[in-house]
Design a protein around this ligand. Structure first.
Ligand SMILES: Cc1cc2nc3c(=O)[nH]c(=O)nc-3n(C[C@H](O)[C@H](O)[C@H](O)COP(=O)(O)O)c2cc1C
Length: 295
């Protein structure tokens, strides 16, 4: 029996409600090259901001970074100590460091400075990790969290000489506030179901795309498990996507497993692009999308 309130289940159902038409005439094998913040990548499939992967394989946090790097993908990382981040960045992976919304601002400013000093590709914050489910502020591994104001985000973005990205946007209102604060990207996400009955990222994405109007890249995560899912997110306006839990099983094999899974998803994305007449990521046409409302 499923759980009707579970945002992960609702999100899966929404992915599966999206159907695609095909466009074979004048179609050809596509390129999935992505240019992001003036750098070039082989795929729009990125690894999600993960943390605490101990036990999955030896050195899992660096193995996933290597796996992303070998696939020509952007790597993201979540909370963790400074030395762990240094090891990750030493792999050469182009890494986005997501910092928690710590109650203590000095921790945030330190982590921004530290990540940039060690050549992070970008930095950011998962703003959705501020509250717990019991009417209070969250406490993550003993560290107190707090909600953030647009003004505070603006101060973090100003302190960062690399793009500052806000993760955990699930409304056009927050998206507009992120732009106002100087964020250079947003991740449309419900943080794998941090709240029940959260709107699926792909359901709210068109509203956010309309509000953002091309001003900054829009990334999407939550429940992406195939190249078809990636295609659907891109068709609805995402610049690129992050994949987390789908990489946990492949990560048992270390970086090889991660690279293999990203490459396999990318090939599936390419097939889908080919069959819908998209020669490049920018050709992906939202008008191929239909919704399964015949049941
Ligand atoms: C083990 C694990 C650790 C995570 N740690 C973080 C984190 O530190 N910071 C963060 O912003 N998100 C974190 N996330 C959330 C992911 O970045 C992502 O938003 C979420 O898992 C949804 O993507 P998925 O469905 O592809 O896993 C974590 C997820 C998992 C599974």
């Amino acid at each position: 029996m499923g759980n009707a309130a579970d945002s992960n289940e609702i999100t899966r159902q929404y992915f599966d409600s999206i159907l695609l038409e095909t466009r074979y005439l004048d179609a050809d094998l596509p390129s999935t090259d992505l240019t992001l913040y003036q750098e070039h990548f082989a795929t729009p499939i990125m690894t999600a901001a993960l943390s605490h992967l101990h036990g999955i394989c030896e050195g899992a946090m660096t193995e996933i970074a290597k796996g992303a790097h070998l696939a020509g993908a952007v790597h993201w990382v979540g909370m963790g100590e400074d030395d762990e981040l240094e090891d990750i960045l030493a792999t050469g992976a182009r890494t986005v460091k997501i910092i928690k919304p710590h109650a203590d601002d000095s921790v945030i400013f330190h982590k921004i400075e530290h990540a940039i000093a060690h050549h992070a590709f970008a930095v950011g914050m998962d703003i959705d990790h501020c509250f717990n489910g019991n009417g209070g502020y969250d406490n993550v591994y003993g560290l107190p969290m707090h909600s953030k104001s647009t003004k505070e985000i603006a101060a973090y973005a100003k302190a960062a000489s690399v793009p500052f990205i806000i993760k955990g946007v699930l409304s056009a209102q927050d998206a507009m506030k992120c732009i106002e604060a100087g964020a250079r990207g947003i991740v449309v996400s419900h943080h794998h179901g941090i709240m029940n009955y959260a709107v699926p990222p792909l359901m709210i994405l068109p509203d956010i795309v309309k509000a953002v109007d091309g001003q900054i890249p829009i990334f999407v995560d939550c429940g992406i498990a195939s190249g078809m899912d990636v295609f659907k997110a891109l068709a609805l306006g995402a610049t690129a996507v992050c994949v987390g839990r789908e990489l946990m099983e492949p990560l048992k094999e270390g970086n090889v497993g991660v690279t293999r899974r990203i490459n396999a998803m990318n090939l599936e994305l390419m097939s889908c692009m080919a069959r819908t007449g998209a020669h490049s990521l920018s050709d992906i046409d939202p008008s191929v999308i239909h919704y399964r409302n015949f049941l």
